[in-house]
Write a protein that binds this ligand. Structure first.
Ligand code: ANZ
Ligand code: ZN
Length: 804
């Protein structure tokens, strides 16, 4: 009668493997449910109990949905390309393919130990040619549609990883992976035109059941700004200077212009006297990160170019400066400065003694001339536009400019196109061939995959070329068009490529004719529940949404958003810090499973706290959960062979438990769902002497099975069932058992008990007093008297104070 977790867990894991209980049945006829984990990067460190929080949540949820009657797709795979495997290869001299395979084997073993219900027949690996063939295929399709293009441009360059980085991989001016400060470097880059999808990526956020925080982060990343472009003449030249502004209404307040130091016009317009100062400043700026340059309250620096622009409406001269607070990557890389109404311009004007002209005044004229004012109001000092509101002014001024052909309404995005090339080895080769005669050509689809060749040395060359460039047999190929000699592209795709569409592959993982069949994808997607860390709020989730939209537009799927519901689990901390191998504060799941069992670990992972919040690991808490599972085991075992007859007290507890659990599951409060079991078992304890009935035992076992699947199966078998508990039905409850009890209350008149009355225990004062007054004995007493005061003590008494 003792709970032997080792024996039970081993027994059921073996049984599941034999019966294939976790395999998806495509023909079951049940409604589908796709529950997906963000697949892991198989690192050499293995998984610690912190990683298991997310995997536990998704597995519990998948099993819950299974018992609820859904056909659940809950697959797992490996995001296997990327820098860490390659960096490890350089350090340890092991081929990335070998170390990746070892790491995958270890991860898989670990995941099987938590009893997770993955359908391993659908396992995918982004670094396998069968998979990356299709990643390359999507690149070719994008190339054909003009969505993949090559461009010489300054890119973020990590001097330590010796590779280009996407903007998304630069955090606070440093490389996301190694922390080295990122510099700029001019290189030919493959780019994906994600900006063509900016509006859809923004607008379709509305369709998604995602945490607001994540939606806001994506919206901020896309950064849509409505405004205008305005053209200024550069005085004494034929050059035009174009600015982007969100405040065309303040045009009359522009008193100077600012170019980003990298702006191409700088060299042309700078006067001889100013050249030296300008060049020095440009050099200085190139060393700074975009983030450092944008800090609002930092001291403003800049240099006058010696040149002037002409105000398009007043004809006044506006000195043209360069300053690092204007970024080349945003808008047009140039601004009209309006110091009276923009904080950064205001600080700059103060620092360099430039004029400040107020052109918007608040209705109560509480702000004086030359002071900073960023609020609403009416235009002043703006010639024919005086008196208009800010909104009216924007419209009228843009119209006036548009008539003269020197300005137009426009939208600008913060998001840039996606730098889609890395000068590294361990990634998907970009399937492009260069022919001297035919130009740049995609590798024909029937020749895919372009397989990653073996190399001797993984070190990036540092010349800006990937290690593949040194492999003659890879580089030299024949042109797919003319058959003449040609060269292959040697850059590889970024880490994010495979993860941008892997979720589409699980429904049809072995297809070698297409990335997936349309039918399979349309059947299973969108993903119903996507579970993973909040660190993917922007990059992965944005790229995956972009790929999905492109694939939709290629006609390969009918939906255009991949993940309907997103859940971000909180982190597990130890001593207040995020668990991580590098910090040395990890708890090893193997040890925990050996001592307490996988079921206890699973349940504890949920019990730690609200699933979306960070939670501190506490071994005492885990022990408590393990003891609780022992109690459940003994409670069921003691009654399994001779269940008692049903009785109302058990019925009531059971229906109430099911209702409570249901409510907590539906609102995804999985920690309180675990407490519901504890509350239920506590309430059953006094009933246990009289014995528990079959319905009580089965309800407990079926509902606990998603949380503690090994124990669930064991007890289900003990109750005489020969099929898996996951084929059982989720229990329902009857409202009638939820109604509260009735209680007997006393009715006093002037402090003396005159009658007894039965009311609902949760009756409110009004109902109880009305019932008291209407009671036969009481009504008699009240006859002809005036009730001065009515008091209700819930569950106890009604006191009526009467006169006369
Ligand atoms: C004149 C003006 C007057 C502006 C005013 C603001 C207030 P968001 O909302 O982020 O789109 N700007 C434009 N391009 C820039 C660049 N490359 N680097 C730095 N700043 C730039 O901000 C748009 C505003 O930021 C633009 O509107 C411009 O300043 C500035 F009372 O133009 B504004
Ligand atoms: Zn050719």
């Amino acid at each position: 009668m003792n709970y032997n977790h080792r024996e039970i867990e081993e027994k059921w894991r073996k049984r599941w493997r034999e019966t294939g209980v976790d395999k998806v049945r495509e023909d079951s006829g049940k409604p589908k449910y796709y529950c997906l984990d963000m697949f892991p990067y198989p690192s050499g460190n293995g998984l610690h109990v912190g990683h298991w929080r997310g995997y536990t949540i998704s597995d519990v949820w998948s099993r819950y949905k299974t018992i609820q009657g859904y056909e659940v797709l809950h697959p797992m795979g490996w995001d296997a390309f990327g820098l860490p495997a390659e960096n490890a290869a350089i350090k340890l001299g092991i081929h990335p393919a070998v170390s990746t395979a070892n790491n995958i084997a270890n991860f898989k073993k670990q995941l099987q130990e938590i009893g997770a219900m993955y359908d391993w027949d659908r396992e995918i690996n982004t670094s396998s040619p069968e998979f990356y063939k299709w990643t390359q295929y999507f690149f070719v399709k994008m190339f054909e549609r003009g969505l993949a293009y090559r461009k010489k441009m300054p890119i973020n360059w990590c001097p330590s990883c010796k590779t280009g980085l996407a903007n998304e991989e630069v955090v606070d001016g440093c490389c996301e992976r190694c922390g080295t400060e990122v510099t700029k470097r001019e290189m030919n880059q493959w780019m994906l035109k994600i900006t063509a999808y900016a509006d859809r990526l923004l607008n379709d956020l509305d369709k998604l059941d995602w945490p607001d925080k994540v939606k806001r982060m994506q919206a901020a990343w896309i950064g849509r700004s409505e405004g205008a472009r305005i053209h200024f003449d550069v005085k004494g030249t034929s050059e035009k200077l174009e600015v982007f502004t969100t405040r065309p209404d303040t045009l009359f307040g522009a008193t100077y212009m600012v170019l980003a130091p990298e702006h191409p016009l700088v060299a042309q317009i700078t006067t001889a006297e100013q050249r030296a100062a300008v060049e020095a400043y440009v050099q200085e700026t190139l060393k700074k990160s975009a983030v450092a340059r944008q800090i609002v309250d930092k001291t403003k620096t800049g240099v006058f170019t010696g040149a002037y622009a002409v105000h398009p409406l007043t004809g006044r001269d506006l000195p043209i400066w360069i300053a690092d607070y204007v970024l080349m990557e945003y808008g047009t890389g140039a601004i009209m400065a309006v110091p009276a109404h923009d904080e950064r311009d205001f600080d700059f004007a103060k620092a360099f003694n430039l004029p400040i002209v107020t052109v918007v005044a608040p209705e109560d004229s509480s702000v004086g001339d030359g002071e900073l004012y960023v609020g609403p109001g009416r235009l002043v000092n703006s010639g024919p536009f005086d008196g208009l509101t800010v909104e009216e002014g924007k419209k009228a001024i843009v119209e006036a400019l548009a008539e003269r052909g020197i300005g137009e309404q426009t939208v600008t995005y913060r998001m840039r196109d996606w730098v889609f090339a890395r000068q590294r080895y361990w990634g998907e080769p970009i399937p492009i061939v260069y022919c001297d005669r035919c130009g740049t050509l995609p590798v024909p689809v029937e020749q895919l995959p372009v397989t990653l060749p073996d190399v001797e040395r993984y070190e990036p060359t540092g010349t800006g070329e990937s290690p593949l460039a040194a492999i003659e047999s890879f580089v030299h190929t024949t042109c797919p068009k003319c058959g003449g000699p040609a060269r292959r592209e040697t850059d590889t795709m970024p880490q994010w490529a495979g993860s941008s569409w892997y979720f589409l592959r699980y429904p049809d993982p072995n297809n070698d004719q297409a990335p997936f069949s349309k039918e399979a994808a349309n059947k299973w997607l969108p993903v119903d529940m996507y579970i993973g860390g909040v660190e993917h709020a922007v990059l992965h989730l944005l790229y995956a949404r972009f790929f999905t939209k492109v694939i939709h537009d290629l006609g390969l799927i009918d939906f255009d958003e991949p993940f309907q519901h997103l859940f971000n689990q909180g982190m597990v901390t130890l001593n207040g810090a995020k668990m991580s191998k590098s910090k040395g504060n990890v708890v090893n799941p193997e040890d925990i499973i050996e001592q307490f069992g996988a079921d206890a670990l699973r349940m504890y992972e949920l019990f730690m706290g609200p699933p979306e919040d960070d939670a501190e690991w506490n071994t005492n808490g885990l022990e408590g959960v393990a003891r609780f599972l022992g109690r459940v085991y003994r409670l069921v075992a003691a009654n399994a062979n001779h269940p008692a007859a049903t009785r109302p007290s058990l019925e009531k507890l059971r229906h109430r438990f099911v209702a409570t659990l249901q409510e907590r599951m539906d609102s995804f409060r999985l920690n309180t769902a675990v407490s519901a079991f504890m509350e239920y078992v506590n309430a059953l304890q006094p009933e246990a002497e009289k014995g528990l009935d079959k319905a009580t035992l089965e309800t407990l076992v079926v509902t606990i099975a998603p949380f503690a699947p090994h124990l669930g199966e064991e007890l289900w078998e003990m109750l005489g069932h020969t099929t898996s508990v996951f084929e059982a039905d989720w229990p329902t409850y009857d409202e009638k058992w939820l109604k509260d009890d009735e209680v007997e209350i006393a009715v006093q008149i002037n402090g003396r008990v005159r009658a007894k009355l039965v009311v609902a225990a949760d009756a409110d004062a009004k109902t109880a007093i009305a019932a008291a007054k209407a009671a036969p004995d009481v009504a008699e007493w009240l006859n002809g008297k005036v009730v001065k005061k009515e008091i209700y003590v819930p569950g106890r008494l009604v006191n009526l104070v009467v006169q006369g």
